[in-house]
Design a protein around this ligand. Structure first.
Ligand code: RB5
Length: 147
């Protein structure tokens, strides 16, 4: 799978780890920054990763901030993005299976490396189930266009 990865300063330390985890799992990874732990604004990186995912068909994103909340709120403002704020294996698995999430978000201040590895495992090995979930996801996408 192809992944675009980004963080803010509060997710910077874990971003390197995530890039390594993805690469060692055989995935194609583009690190969209930041390049150091200086303070930055998470919406800027949420936008960078979201736009990259939308411009590269079939790709996915990972966004890390302190909690994962700001990144997911920001990314979900962009039409076409389904960013899932996850905390464990199950939520990451369901984000793909039921919500067809194209971006995984989590918090460096919330989740340790073992849990992060398990979320990446769940996200990369689970496909969208479709069926009854397809119409629901379509309704979500229609909401984005309705304002
Ligand atoms: C930065 O201090 C923090 O607010 C940010 O990383 C994130 O947790 C916001 O949702």
């Amino acid at each position: 799978m192809k992944f675009y990865v980004g963080s803010d300063h509060a997710g910077f330390a874990v971003k390197g780890l995530v890039v390594e985890m993805l690469k060692s799992g055989g995935h194609d990874v583009v690190d969209l920054g930041p390049e150091n732990a200086e303070r930055v604004d998470y919406p800027d990186y949420a936008e960078k990763v979201s736009r990259a995912v939308l411009s590269d068909d079939g790709s996915f994103g990972i966004l890390i901030c302190g909690t994962g909340i700001g990144m997911s709120i920001a990314a979900n403002k962009i039409d076409g993005i389904r960013a899932a704020h996850c905390n464990d294996y199950y939520t990451a698995q369901m984000a793909r299976a039921h919500n067809d999430a194209n971006i995984l978000c989590f918090g460096e201040r919330v989740s340790g490396p073992g849990v992060i590895e398990s979320m990446i495992e769940a996200f990369t090995t689970t496909g969208f189930e479709g069926g009854r979930h397809k119409g629901r996801v379509e309704k979500i996408m229609a909401l984005q266009k309705s304002h």
